[in-house]
Design a protein around this ligand. Structure first.
Ligand SMILES: NC(=O)c1ccc[n+]([C@@H]2O[C@H](COP(=O)([O-])OP(=O)(O)OC[C@H]3O[C@@H](n4cnc5c(N)ncnc54)[C@H](O)[C@@H]3O)[C@@H](O)[C@H]2O)c1
Length: 337
């Protein structure tokens, strides 16, 4: 099911259209002037599913919004800059996507971003909890393994927590896994690899045994491929040599996730995406697995499926890092004012 539906969603993304989807949505991008924010906003502006696009950042949004507003598609684009304009940006939003915050430089882990990005995410999601508590919240800002627990705690503090509507966007891991498997085996448009766990190094767990179409690799090749998927972000960070991390592929992945959500919110059946969410599937309180999406967010957690022994070992090995990153986020949010 995952394969068929995700393939349909990516096909819709490539065409910039989708059928039977919510096509009147207000979407906000927070961090809209950044390396991810700009191309993500462009993809959203290109979609007939979006009728209002609110672009927020602490800099440059008037220019980005003016530029995008000249594109001949229906979404009305408006720029908002600085915290005093955040409430107006968020009012009435159906989906808020957050790529605000600093990216990695060579030699950094995603956790090294915590000190800067934790407070950016906490303050932006405080705005969401106050001004659009019903919206779907999609967090791109790293470290995702901590920024999702932060968002959940912020929403709890404001008494508006709904775990079915808070998503850590891990779609780029799936996009990369699909691409790398396809390079070795098949047409990328047909490949779907679920990726579970978290979004950092060893916590990124591609389930190649559940790939559709079915693929087989000798163990040494499987290990190399798995390691490449886990370290793909670092591959980009190194190639950009200090100029940031993945932006264009992340914008594609973020748009794919938003379009899937919009399709599901519009009543399309059987839309499935993986995301890092509140979960009781493993002993980690947050975990990414394939999720069936619906009008109100997560409709059903589809769980782990049947894992190979190699994948089971990876899940076990990810637990301590996942739990520590989650705890760090929760502790931070408790003390955040
Ligand atoms: N989830 C993923 O798979 C994934 C992939 C790539 C990057 N990322 C993360 O996405 C984030 C953004 O990356 P980027 O390359 O776009 O960085 P960037 O530096 O190019 O852009 C970040 C933007 O955020 C804005 N910003 C900073 N503080 C803000 C605040 N308080 N309110 C609103 N906007 C604010 C900046 O002005 C800037 O425009 C990073 O944390 C990066 O690690 C996640």
């Amino acid at each position: 099911m995952l394969s068929r539906l995700s393939t349909a969603t990516s096909a819709a993304l490539r065409r910039g259209i989708a059928t039977s989807a919510q096509n009147n949505a207000k979407v906000a991008v927070l961090g809209a002037s950044g390396g991810i924010g700009q191309p993500l906003s462009l993809l959203l502006k290109n979609s007939p599913l979006v009728s209002k696009l609110s672009l927020y950042d602490i800099a440059h949004t008037p220019g980005v919004a003016a530029d995008l507003s000249h594109i001949e598609t229906k979404a009305k684009v408006k720029g908002f800059m600085g915290p005093e304009q955040l409430p107006e940006c968020l009012k009435g939003c159906d989906i808020v996507v957050i790529p605000a915050g600093v990216p990695r430089k060579p030699g950094m882990t995603r956790d090294d971003l915590f000190n800067t990005n934790a407070s950016i995410v906490a303050s932006l999601t405080t705005g969401c909890a106050k001004h659009c508590p019903e919206a779907m919240i999609c967090i791109i800002s790293n470290p995702v393994n901590s920024t999702i627990p932060i968002t959940s705690e912020v929403f709890k503090k404001h008494g508006v927590y709904n775990p079915n509507k808070i998503f850590g966007v891990t779609t780029l891991d799936i996009v990369r896994a699909n691409t790398f498997v396809a390079e070795l085996k098949a047409d990328p448009a047909r490949v779907t690899v679920p990726v579970i766990g978290g979004h950092a190094g060893k916590t990124i767990i591609p389930l190649i045994s559940q790939c559709t179409p079915k693929v087989e690799f000798p163990q040494d090749q499987l290990e190399k491929l798995t390691a490449r998927i886990q370290e793909a972000g670092t591959e980009v960070v190194q190639a950009k040599a200090g100029a940031g991390s993945a932006t264009l592929s992340m914008a594609y992945a973020g748009a794919r996730f938003v379009f899937s959500l919009l399709e599901a919110m519009g009543g399309k059946q059987g839309v499935v995406e993986c995301a890092f969410v509140k979960s009781d599937v493993t002993e980690s309180p947050y975990f990414s697995t394939p999720l069936q999406l619906g009008k109100k967010g997560i409709e059903k957690n589809l769980g782990l499926g049947k894992l190979s022994p190699f994948e089971e070992k990876m899940v076990a090995a990810a637990m301590s890092e996942l739990k520590a990153s989650i705890k760090k986020g929760e502790e931070f949010a408790k003390n955040f004012k």
